[in-house]
Write a protein that binds this ligand. Structure first.
Ligand SMILES: Cc1cc2nc3c(=O)[nH]c(=O)nc-3n(C[C@H](O)[C@H](O)[C@H](O)COP(=O)(O)O)c2cc1C
Length: 192
């Protein structure tokens, strides 16, 4: 049974990211996966202090918070689905904060290139923005959020199988049949 971890970086329970994730969750359930859904805004995670101690000690010096359990969930997952609305051309702060605190379990510093610690996992990335297509891509709005996630997943060794970028959310707040189809297709790709 495949383990699917869904990390929802959107605070909007009825937003587009949440609705797209719901479709993927339903599809993953249908295919018999074990699905765990986490909303980044519900987590209690203190910001990284940048002390770099975790790089040698393999643990964070800050008091234990939800980042520890999240790292454990990530380590166990076969597929990771991350939803990140575009905030300032990037991912929302709460999501970035979480990945900052999990860095020691995701990659290891070496003398040359970082060693990825999450190899063998697959991921799907989703981003939304009010900026409409094609400007969400050309002006690096959803593209900026996806780029930021790519950076994290690349150095962690997590393979990205699909990305979905949906612009124009203020003008077109409803998911089209095409949007829904993309979501179903993405999860099937990740479960292959
Ligand atoms: C703090 C904040 C920053 C935002 N920054 C951008 C931005 O840089 N570009 C953009 O196109 N939309 C921006 N937005 C709009 C969101 O990307 C947009 O509302 C998105 O559709 C929310 O997705 P959701 O409904 O899936 O949560 C921002 C929204 C917030 C709350």
């Amino acid at each position: 049974m495949k383990k699917v971890l869904v990390i929802n970086g959107s605070p909007r329970r009825k937003g587009l990211i949440s609705r797209m994730l719901d479709i993927m969750i339903e599809e993953a359930d249908f295919h018999g996966c074990e699905v765990d859904v986490i909303r980044a805004n519900d987590l209690n995670v203190k910001p990284c202090m940048g002390c770099m101690v975790c790089r040698s000690k393999n643990a964070c010096v800050l008091p234990k918070d939800d980042s520890v359990e999240m790292l454990h969930k990530l380590q166990l997952a076969d597929v990771v689905i991350i939803g990140a609305p575009c905030y300032w051309g990037n991912i929302p702060g709460q999501l970035k904060l979480l990945f900052d605190r999990m860095v020691y379990g995701m990659m290891r510093d070496t003398a040359y290139f970082p060693e990825p610690l999450m190899k063998g996992k697959k991921s799907i990335l989703i981003s939304t923005s009010t900026t409409a297509w094609p400007w969400n891509i050309l002006f690096r709005q959803t593209r900026g959020a996806i780029r930021a996630l790519r950076e994290i997943l690349h150095y962690s060794g997590i393979k990205i199988v699909k990305t979905i970028e949906r612009g124009g959310t203020a003008k077109h707040p409803q998911l089209s049949e095409k949007d829904k189809k993309k979501c179903r297709k993405a999860i099937l790709c990740a479960l292959k």
